[in-house]
Write a new protein. Structure first.
Length: 394
């Protein structure tokens, strides 16, 4: 009998905090939903609501586990009193109103922690930006990541100079859809066509030599991969900008084959435009980095941390790049410094037509205050309840 009572008492000690948590959590949920839908005018559904950091929910079970462990340790360390007479237990067993509400602060704390975690998850409203037709071009930047791109004839080296100029170019082209392809011994899509320039700038900024196999220059494969990015493009102007410093010596598609495919690539809306213009094909603009086949590359560092340079021979083939550009109606440039690279980009853009594309962007609004302020209110209520109502006076 006594064991049954002890088990029931232990069960109630754990059940009461859960009950108080539900007591506060349910009405608080209604308050938060009201704030989001009435105050912020955002319906809570999959199309209008999202979490920026959904992984942050993992903090909730961790926090609850800490609370449970803390409560268990507190119970184990609670002072115990020995009684000499059994009938004194009847007096101690009488439960007053304080006994029933002493776990209310725990419910307030758990509810507040839950709201804090949801706020950390970054609740956001999703508003579709008014769709509008804006002028733009569909461009694929095709970047050489072969090892010869570390040559220092273009400061600080060919690869870093390319990244810097491309970054500036992206900042000046807000309305174009741009994709990126990188290549060395083979070719890979870094990012498909997008108007999100910040994401593209970040992806290109993180590029480094050695991320892919750079022991080759697969120009044909690179152009073929770029054409796959443009195959379904409905833009009137479809362009590949190829930046390389060498000759094609790898891959299973020759540059000449890739150029022929680009010249005849059909347009998804028909090869003839509404005004009778020819929309068939993709123009390839080629940029050769460096004028000489011999270039200094950094081999490593000496024992003092100073760079050690080697002079290597890297075959170049400007005639091939010239032929690819002429086949597709593009243009070829050879640059020997960063200023020349910038001029090449400007010259390419001046030659391009514009077309109207639909901007289907989205705008995100922050909703974390709808969760943060109720959480702070619950913590203040817990503090007041523990300090004034449930305080133990000596």
């Amino acid at each position: 009998m006594a064991d049954g009572r002890r088990a029931m008492s232990r069960f109630l000690r754990w059940l009461l905090p859960v009950g108080w948590t539900l007591f506060f959590l349910v009405p608080t949920t209604y308050v938060v939903v009201w704030l989001v839908e009435a105050r912020f005018e955002v319906p809570i559904d999959a199309e209008s609501f999202r979490f920026e950091r959904p992984w942050a929910w993992l903090l909730l079970p961790a926090a609850l586990l800490v609370l449970v462990a803390r409560g268990y340790l507190h119970e184990q360390r609670a002072p115990r009193m020995k009684l000499s007479r059994v009938h004194d237990l009847a007096l101690i067993g009488r439960r007053g109103w304080r006994t029933w509400i002493k776990h209310a602060p725990t419910g307030l704390r758990v509810t507040a922690i839950t709201l804090f975690v949801v706020a950390l998850m970054g609740p956001q409203s999703i508003h579709a930006r008014d769709t509008a037709d804006i002028e733009g071009i569909d461009i694929v930047l095709t970047l050489d990541l072969s090892l010869s791109m570390q040559a220092s004839d273009i400061r600080p080296n060919r690869f870093e100079a390319t990244k810097q100029v491309v970054d500036e170019f992206l900042q000046r082209r807000p309305n174009d859809r741009i994709a990126a392809v990188v290549f060395g011994r083979d070719a890979y899509t870094l990012m498909p066509l997008t108007t999100d320039k910040e994401a593209l700038r970040g992806a290109i900024g993180e590029l480094d030599l050695g991320m892919i196999d750079g022991r080759g220059t697969a120009i044909g494969n690179a152009v073929g991969t770029a054409l796959n990015r443009l195959r379904d493009s409905e833009a009137a102007s479809r362009v590949v900008i190829l930046l390389t410093d060498g000759d094609s010596n790898s891959g299973n598609v020759s540059p000449e084959q890739a150029a022929d495919i680009a010249r005849t690539l059909p347009h998804p809306l028909g090869n003839e435009g509404p005004d009778g213009e020819d929309r068939q094909g993709v123009k390839i603009y080629t940029i050769l980095m460096g004028r000489s086949a011999d270039a200094r590359t950094q081999r490593g560092q000496d024992i003092f941390g100073q760079p050690v340079w080697d002079t290597g021979s890297f075959p170049i083939n400007p005639e091939l790049l010239q032929e690819m550009a002429e086949t597709t109606g593009g243009e070829h440039f050879t640059v020997s410094d960063r200023e020349g690279l910038e001029r090449s980009f400007h010259a390419i853009l001046d030659r391009l037509d514009r077309t109207e594309i639909e901007d289907a962007g989205r705008v995100f609004g922050e909703l974390f205050p709808a969760f943060l302020w109720p959480a702070l209110a619950l913590l203040i209520l817990e503090l007041l309840l523990g300090s004034l109502v449930l305080r133990r006076w000596p």
